[in-house]
Structures are given as structure tokens and as C-alpha cells.
Design a protein around this ligand. Structure first.
Ligand SMILES: Nc1ncnc2c1ncn2[C@@H]1O[C@H](COP(=O)(O)OP(=O)(O)O)[C@@H](O)[C@H]1O
Ligand SMILES: [Mg+2]
Length: 395
């Protein structure tokens, strides 16, 4: 028996709550094989005892099948969380949502909405309770991409019920406005809108709310991060250098806003020719991984340019749901699994806290009053002055 045999056998052990196995997740380490004895470590991201027990039991069964008699499995788990993300100090105006995932990009048109849709649908297909919030107030494309552009949400009192498509709860400014209308808004109004999306939409008890942000780093991003603890962020980029330059800003923003970075998605990475299935390099490929490394994170998926993705977006039929066996759908599913595992890890390690980026003012002075200087020290918040109305995040 070799280490390879052991790894192969352990591929039958799925990580509880996920569709992927413990080998694919990279949890199995330090395998030692000696005759009929085997010892190994499984380094998991959850601190739940049930998870530990289930992995030990299933791995033991698989290793016995290989003929091992002396089996030592050391399951290494993080310390039980002191507090989960939603009970941390700081501000959370949507406490019934367990995790918030910010999907951002430096530029528009790189496929942020397409990514948000497909990741949200993939997570729902993996059994999670998922919401998709279109926070791109100026360019709300989610209703069309999710096939709900003709639906109007139901109002209950002064709250709004989200729409539902592909098992995902959906809300967008586009669903609240007439088609083709433009919005000419000041930063302070954007902040208000983001808050209302979190407070006044009747989201269920969601595992994850995926949030499609406007491009760039501005009021919407800052307001979101100050209103709820954002568990994870992903940056969508295309492989060209000009897009990567802007992605660095997006990754830098996650760091300044204390948002744990789940990784980078390289979209429009190569082209899959529908006639011949061959992959060719149009915008470049693989350029994002080094940038991800610069920011201590990783490339979580490369999604090629594929006509089916665009058609799926235009017709409201996400490729992940409608062509689940396609290579692209598989890549979205894999990216979704990685992000879910990352969220699990963040929570296992104590969750996130947005205390450090709350607006602070000297006693008795309103952050919104003229002349009140925003605090510079915490989390880079002071560098986002909003729309010149003073105070960081004043509303
Ligand atoms: N990988 C891809 N292959 C083909 N078309 C894509 C891909 N990603 C995005 N698109 C298309 O490109 C356009 C822009 O994508 P979108 O998600 O709206 O970008 P953003 O939200 O960043 O502005 C859309 O028409 C979308 O369908
Ligand atoms: Mg968009």
C-alpha cells in the first residue's frame, strides 16, 4: 500500500455539509504507511465535534477496506469559535443572514454579475439557503440574468419580499424601478439604498447572501462593510493587465475594510470554441494568480469566454443550472465549494467583526456636521470620504 492508495480511498469521504471530499479540499496530510499500519492527519476547517466524528468514522471504514488494521487518524480542527460572525461586536443590521459574500471588481463589464449569479445558483444547488442582492444601483442586471425581469416584488407593510429563482432569493433596484429608468444619485443616497436592501427586504434565514457590488471601491462598498460583518470577499477580473491593475485596488479595499478575501475569479480567461471545444487565448490566461498571491489569497476559478455564459445571462438561464454538466458549470460549482469552505473557516476561527471600520466621532460632534474630521487610524475608513459631505459613512 502506498500514500497514493490511501489518498485515492479517502476520496470517498465527503466533507460533511459539502459535495467535495476531504482529499479534494486538501485536508489530508502527513500520511505514513508501514505494513498494515497507517497514520495521517486531517486538517479541517470546522470545529464541530460531529464533523470530526463523521470524518474519523468514514475514513476508518475506507482504510479498513484497503486492509489496514492499525489506523491512526488525527483530526485537527480549529478552536471552537468564541463567537459566530453575527454575534460579534460591531454593526449588523441584517442579523438573520449568517454570512455575507461581497463580489467586487475594479472595473465594470468584467463579469461580476455573471459570477454572482452562477456562484449563488451553485451554492443553492449544493443545498445552501442563498440570497442574491444586486447592489449595483446604477447597472442592475441581476433581474434579467436570473429571469425575473418581468416580476415585481410583493410589498408587505413597509417591507419587500424578495423574488425567487433557481432556489435563490433575489432583490435588485431593477425590480423596484421601471425598465430603462436611470438613477442620478448622490453617495449619501446610495448608502441609504444599501442599508434598506439589508434592513427592509424580508430575506429568509440565509446561509449566504451573495452581494453583486457596483464596480470600484466607493460608498456602496464602505456602507455595506459598515452595516454588516462581511464574511468573505471575492474579486472578479479579466486577465488583461489593465483589469488586474484595478483588481489590486479591489483586493486592497478588502484588506482596508477587514473583509477576509476568499480569492480571485479570472473571468473571460481563454475562449472555448463551441464548434471544436478547443481553448484559445484571447484576453490572456493565468495572469491573476500572481496578483492574488500578492494579496495573500488565491485564484479560485478560471472561467473561459463561452457563448453559453453570455446567452445564459441574456436569457435568464444561468449556465450552472441549465447546463450542469458543462465544464463551465463545474468550475462555478468548484468555486462555490471553495468559497463555502472559506466561509466555514472564517467562522471557525472566530468570525468577522466590523467594529474597526465603524465611523467614529469625538464626543458630542456629529460625523455629518461640517468640520468633523473622520478618524484616520482605523481600517482605512478615513480614506473614503464619500461624496464630500464629511464623516466616513455618515448617514
Ligand atoms: N465568461 C464569459 N463568457 C462569455 N460572456 C461573458 C462571460 N462573462 C460575462 N459575460 C458577458 O459579458 C457581459 C458583461 O458581464 P457582466 O456580468 O454584466 O459584467 P459586470 O457585472 O462586471 O459589469 C454580459 O453580457 C455577460 O453575459
Ligand atoms: Mg454587473
Amino acid at each position: 500500500m502506498t500514500k497514493e492508495n490511501v489518498l485515492e480511498a479517502l476520496k470517498s469521504v465527503t466533507y460533511p455539509g459539502f459535495t467535495k471530499d476531504i482529499v479534494t479540499f486538501g485536508f489530508v496530510k502527513d500520511i505514513i504507511v508501514e505494513g498494515n499500519a497507517v497514520a495521517l492527519t486531517v486538517d479541517i476547517t470546522s470545529s464541530a465535534d460531529e464533523v470530526k466524528a463523521q470524518i474519523t468514522e468514514e475514513a476508518t471504514t475506507e482504510l479498513k477496506k484497503l486492509g489496514f488494521e492499525n489506523i491512526t487518524i488525527n483530526v485537527k480542527a480549529p478552536q471552537a469559535p468564541k463567537q459566530m460572525s453575527n454575534s460579534m461586536s460591531g454593526k449588523n443590521i441584517a442579523p438573520h443572514v449568517k454570512n455575507f459574500l461581497m463580489v467586487s471588481s475594479g472595473k465594470g463589464g468584467v463579469g461580476k454579475s455573471t459570477t454572482s449569479v452562477n456562484i449563488a445558483v451553485a451554492m443553492a444547488m449544493q443545498g445552501k439557503k442563498v440570497g442574491l442582492l444586486d447592489a449595483d444601483i446604477y447597472g442592475p442586471n441581476i433581474p434579467r440574468m436570473m429571469g425575473v425581469e418581468d416580476q415585481k416584488p410583493e410589498i408587505q407593510g413597509n417591507k419587500v419580499l424578495p423574488l425567487k429563482a433557481y432556489g435563490v432569493e433575489v432583490m435588485s433596484m431593477g425590480s423596484l424601478m421601471e425598465p430603462g429608468q436611470s438613477l442620478i444619485w448622490r453617495g449619501s443616497m446610495i448608502m441609504k439604498a444599501i442599508e434598506q436592501f439589508l434592513r427592509d427586504i424580508l430575506w429568509s434565514e440565509l446561509d449566504v447572501l451573495v452581494i453583486d457590488m457596483p464596480p470600484g471601491t466607493g460608498d456602496a462598498q464602505l456602507t455595506l462593510a459598515q452595516s454588516v460583518p462581511v464574511t468573505a470577499g471575492i474579486t472578479v477580473t479579466t486577465p488583461q493587465m489593465v483589469s488586474l491593475d484595478d483588481s489590486r485596488r479591489s483586493l486592497d479595499m478588502f484588506q482596508k475594510l477587514h473583509i477576509p478575501t476568499a480569492g480571485v475569479i479570472e473571468n473571460m480567461s481563454g475562449f472555448i470554441c463551441p464548434e471544436c471545444d478547443a481553448e484559445s487565448d484571447i484576453f490572456g490566461m493565468g495572469t491573476s494568480a500572481p496578483v492574488a498571491l500578492e494579496y495573500d489569497t488565491e485564484l479560485i476559478a478560471r472561467i473561459p469566454i463561452e457563448p453559453a455564459i453570455r446567452i445564459g445571462g441574456d436569457t435568464g438561464k444561468p449556465v450552472t443550472y441549465h447546463q450542469p454538466d458543462s465544464e463551465t458549470a463545474k468550475r462555478y460549482q468548484e468555486a462555490a465549494s471553495k468559497v463555502l469552505a472559506f466561509i466555514d473557516k472564517v467562522n471557525a476561527e472566530g468570525g468577522v467583526d466590523n467594529q474597526a471600520i465603524q465611523p467614529t466621532t469625538p464626543p458630542g460632534v456629529s460625523a455629518c456636521s461640517t468640520g468633523a474630521a473622520p478618524q484616520q487610524s482605523s481600517g482605512g475608513c478615513g480614506s473614503h470620504g464619500g461624496d464630500g459631505q464629511g464623516g466616513c459613512g455618515c448617514h
